[in-house]
Write a protein that binds this ligand. Structure first.
Ligand SMILES: [Zn+2]
Length: 414
């Protein structure tokens, strides 16, 4: 007899199976293709699919002096509403997380207020001493200016000195200075330089929000097992034309011509990670030209909708938002196996709904997909055996914990 049993149709990156999971003290203790007995049972509705808890490796939670844009509380509520069980907290906050004291303050806030689990990030820009002194879960490097304005004067050095995997925003500082509209060249040049640095350093590098076909192929052709990359839903589903119609769609890197978007889809199978780059700003800040798009509460549904239209497989969602983030960042205890945490994202792939940002938990108050009908919805989020979100309602107190990452850089091939 287990404390809890979850019964239904499970989806992993390998496919679908009917079965039951036995859970005790928040951990998976048995996986069965048949029935199991539990003191209590969760049986998601007919048609539902139970996925291992999805992870978003790129989230701006703001907070600190920008609580009007987003807080750890509102952002992580948005996460579990959108089926994201763990977020990577981006450190280009105000003040930025560039020293030990600010990092420790951030950890304290995350511990108290996060509804989802989290990985704690640290910003490296010429502060290698501080970077070595903190025990961050990942390090962020900006090659050119973005929100917050801090960027690396020496990317190679900052990447090399970071004690754990580095996520890099690859847009070239010099190109941006000459061409503030940030043409594809800004990204492509930076990606090529980052890939060259990775060849030499041979340490984990995750290239954020790749938006150009040329950038993508520069990474995949190098075939470096320690280099992963992310693509965002907005670069997969929107183009420059959408931005011309709606100035709120300003984002770095910018939305591209349709040709780039089509190339991303052509290489979809080779994309290791889908991440939102959830970047909330107030409507007022957007009016004043702030760059960034919120995405936590639409990303999983957009992928499910894409799968319902044959653009991708349902298994891709698990591979790119669970399996590969775990491999790239060396996350422990999150595998779908006995001994793993009982953390799940439950979706109904057949449910149709319309995007209404006024019902979202993020403070952003808008969405590029407002009014859009999607087929596929997150209906329940379970963290360590507790239902923390059901039918759009966040149910629990903030009980997120820090992800467990390896001590040394994980170099398992993606
Ligand atoms: Zn970002």
């Amino acid at each position: 007899m287990h404390e809890l049993v979850i019964k239904g149709r499970f989806l992993t990156s390998k496919g679908v199976f009917w079965g039951s999971i036995g859970i005790d003290e928040g951990q998976i203790t048995e996986i069965s293709r048949g029935g199991l007995r539990g003191e209590s049972t969760i049986t998601p509705g007919k048609g539902a699919l139970i996925l291992p808890g999805l992870i978003d490796t790129h989230v701006h939670l703001r907070d600190f002096l920008q609580r009007e844009k987003e807080t750890i509380e509102s952002g992580t509520k948005a996460a579990i509403h959108g089926g994201i069980t763990a977020v990577f907290d981006m450190p280009n906050t105000n003040p930025p997380i560039v020293d030990q004291e600010t990092f420790n303050r951030r950890l304290g806030l995350l511990k108290k207020r996060a509804y989802s689990d989290y990985a704690a990030g640290f910003l490296v820009a010429g502060n290698c001493g501080e970077a070595a002194a903190v025990d961050a879960d990942f390090y962020k490097v900006f090659m050119g200016s973005s929100t917050g304005g801090i960027f690396s004067q020496n990317f190679e050095e900052d990447y090399a000195c970071a004690p754990r995997p580095v996520s890099v925003h690859a847009e070239d500082a010099e190109v941006i200075q000459k061409k503030p509209e940030r043409p594809p060249q800004a990204e492509v040049e930076a990606i090529k330089r980052a890939v060259e640095a990775a060849k030499k350093a041979k340490k984990q590098l995750n290239i954020c929000h790749v938006s150009t076909g040329e950038g993508l192929t520069a990474i995949t052709e190098a075939k470096l097992p320690w280099v992963s990359f992310e693509v965002t839903p907005h670069h997969l589903f929107l183009t420059r034309k959408d931005y011309e119609r709606n100035p709120y769609l300003k984002v770095y890197p910018p939305l591209r011509e349709n040709g780039d978007r089509v190339t991303l889809w052509k290489h979809f199978k080779e994309i290791p990670i889908i991440a939102s780059d959830h970047a909330p700003h107030t409507p007022e800040d957007k009016e004043n030209g702030a760059a960034g798009i919120p995405g936590l509460e639409t990303e999983v549904a957009l992928l499910l909708d894409g799968a319902s239209r044959g653009l991708l497989e349902y298994t891709d969602v698990v591979e790119k938002m669970h399996d590969n983030p775990i491999k790239a960042f060396g996350i422990r205890g999150r595998d779908f196996e006995v001994g793993g945490e009982a953390t799940f994202t439950v979706v109904d792939p057949g449910m149709e709904w319309a995007v209404k940002p006024e019902e979202f938990y993020t403070k952003a108050e808008w969405s590029p997909w407002e009014g859009k009908k999607l087929r596929g919805k997150v209906v329940m989020t379970i963290i360590r055996g507790e239902i923390v979100m059901e039918d759009d309602e966040v149910l629990e107190k903030p009980r997120g914990v820090r992800l467990n990452v390896n001590d040394s850089t994980d170099k398992r091939s993606l």
